[in-house]
Design a protein around this ligand. Structure first.
Ligand code: AHR
Length: 509
């Protein structure tokens, strides 16, 4: 009896199956879904991107060249700066002109360190040019003024000689404007950005947005204004903004969601239990529900989907590394983070009709960083590798798909084990990104590529022996993508075997 039951259990364990509508793609995956976020926090800017006149580290105007090189491989499309919470304390005029004349300030949110303003507007925007990334400036609403933000727009965007702000820019060494498109109007206005109520913020937003000018009359020269968005499942926040802000002054609404186990009891970034891993995955999968429900609210007010949803802060948040400053949010990055990145990016791709930007928090040395630095050394984290593998989806056409997945179970709880998204690029290459979050079991996935003619399949996989594995300064290449050999073609069907906790990106010709 026992044997029969066992065999029934084994044979009834359904295979994961995916149906991709290969010839039904309509929506472009906005490259900005692969965006980043860099705040004046801990060692993200100073001792991260920017090393000033440190002669031991090759740099251009103080910006580390090894970092630029590594980020170029990610094709970073957009970079948000200077915060975060810091943005609502930042007065941009303190960060222009001769560095030795710039006033200092206290970084009140992040450890009370002295901010000497040596990395300011010119430094950031020139760095974006080096990276080939679009800048996204986050304006100070919490403690700034309408005039200040209006002047910042003019300073960076208006034609040389046209008014006092561009003249000041020229005096500071830059004649041509940078033409910055993306502008955040405050950050987390419900919290560190001013503890406002949604209705109050909606009014303030309208006031600020009114005085932010375009730099020309054509579509290309229009700024893209982003309202400070909801905290995870605060659906009322999105409802009020969509209802109270006229849509001709609102190009995007943000959303912040971190995969954190419990704000009062996070977990070690590396020494975590299976239960902690499971809970982190639950929080990461929550993004699917958040994006769906915030989008549904937006659909009610904007059925044509003109206003974008921007997840401009997302990622895993754990305890800081032992011995480091608690306010600097420096954490290691393991295969758990690779899982968060893989799931989240698939979710954003699959909602590309509304989600048109996402910014992982944060690029270097803070939270779910893609790069960690230690003096002259840098390491690329598992999250870096996922973002590099997935960059084939940037600007490609999303392919609609349906999925039946096994469960990843722990105790009485379960989560979908497999996450998928697919796209076809301008050259006709199809890419399918798959994640198996199950900590124990491999998953076989059959993929039906309806409407496609398949000649060959190749791919890369990111995996490791233990979930807690990570790259370190002693062993920087422990985790890196390698060729994936477990995919077979049968007509328009693919069969793929995903090892436990792995990320695979396939290229189908
Ligand atoms: O990314 C760290 C902080 O998290 C940001 O400054 C803030 O916006 C969020 O609460």
């Amino acid at each position: 009896m026992c044997i029969i039951l066992l065999s029934v259990t084994l044979t009834s364990r359904a295979q994961n199956s995916v149906v991709v509508q290969s010839d039904q793609g309509r929506t472009i995956i906005n490259r900005n879904i692969y965006g980043h976020f860099a705040e004046h926090l801990g060692r993200c800017i100073y001792d991260g991107f920017y090393v000033g006149d440190n002669k031991k580290i090759p740099n251009k105007e103080g910006v580390r060249l090894d970092i630029i090189e590594a980020l170029k491989k990610l094709k970073v499309p957009v970079l948000r700066w200077p915060g975060g919470c810091f943005a609502d304390t930042y007065h941009w005029m303190d960060g222009i002109g001769p560095k030795d004349k710039r006033p200092s300030m206290l970084n009140v949110w992040w450890g009370g360190t002295t901010e000497d303003n040596s990395f300011g507007t010119h430094d950031f925007l020139n760095m974006c040019e080096m990276l080939g990334a679009a800048p996204y400036l986050s304006g100070n609403v919490g403690s700034g003024t309408v005039q200040e933000l209006s002047d910042w727009v003019k300073y960076v965007n208006h034609k040389a000689g046209s008014s006092p702000m561009p003249m000041l820019r020229e005096k500071n060494g830059r004649k041509d404007p940078w033409n910055v498109k993306f502008w955040g109007i405050g950050n987390e206005a419900w919290g560190c950005g001013g503890n406002m109520k949604a209705e109050y913020y909606a009014n303030i937003y309208r006031q600020y947005a009114t005085f932010m000018s375009n730099w020309g009359n054509d579509e290309e020269s229009k700024i893209f204004r982003i309202a400070s968005g909801a905290n995870s499942s605060d659906y009322n926040w999105t409802e009020v903004l969509m209802r109270d802000i006229p849509h001709n002054m609102l190009e995007g609404v943000a959303l912040h969601h971190y995969a954190v186990i419990d704000w009062n009891k996070k977990s070690s970034a590396t020494a975590f239990t299976e239960q902690e891993y499971f809970t982190t995955m639950k929080r990461a999968w929550q993004m699917e529900e958040l994006v769906t429900r915030h989008s549904t609210i937006m659909d009610k007010y904007d059925p044509q989907k003109k206003v974008a949803l921007l997840v401009d802060e997302w990622g895993g948040w754990y305890d800081v590394e032992p011995g480091t400053n608690g306010a600097f949010l420096y954490q290691q990055n393991t295969m758990r983070d690779a899982m968060i990145a893989g799931i989240s990016l698939n979710i954003f791709n699959n909602h590309a009709d509304r989600v048109r930007m996402a910014n992982i928090a944060q690029t270097i040395n803070v939270l779910q960083a893609v790069i960690l630095t230690k003096e002259e050394k840098i390491i690329l984290t598992p999250t870096y590798h996922v973002m590099e593998m997935y960059n084939v989806h940037q600007d490609a056409t999303l392919l609609p798909l349906s999925i039946k997945t096994n469960d990843y179970k722990l105790g009485d709880e379960k989560l979908p084990a497999v996450s998928v998204s697919a796209s076809v690029d301008k050259a006709g290459l199809m890419h399918i990104s798959l994640v198996n979050i199950d900590s124990q079991k491999d998953q076989e996935v059959s993929i039906d590529l309806r409407g496609a003619k398949v000649n060959s399949v190749s791919g890369r996989i990111l995996g490791s022996a233990k979930l807690q594995d990570h790259n370190s300064f002693e062993n920087p290449d422990k985790i890196k993508p390698v060729a994936f050999k477990s995919a077979a073609i049968n007509g328009s069907m693919l069969k793929v075997k995903l090892p436990a906790f792995s990320v695979v990106v396939l290229e189908v010709r």
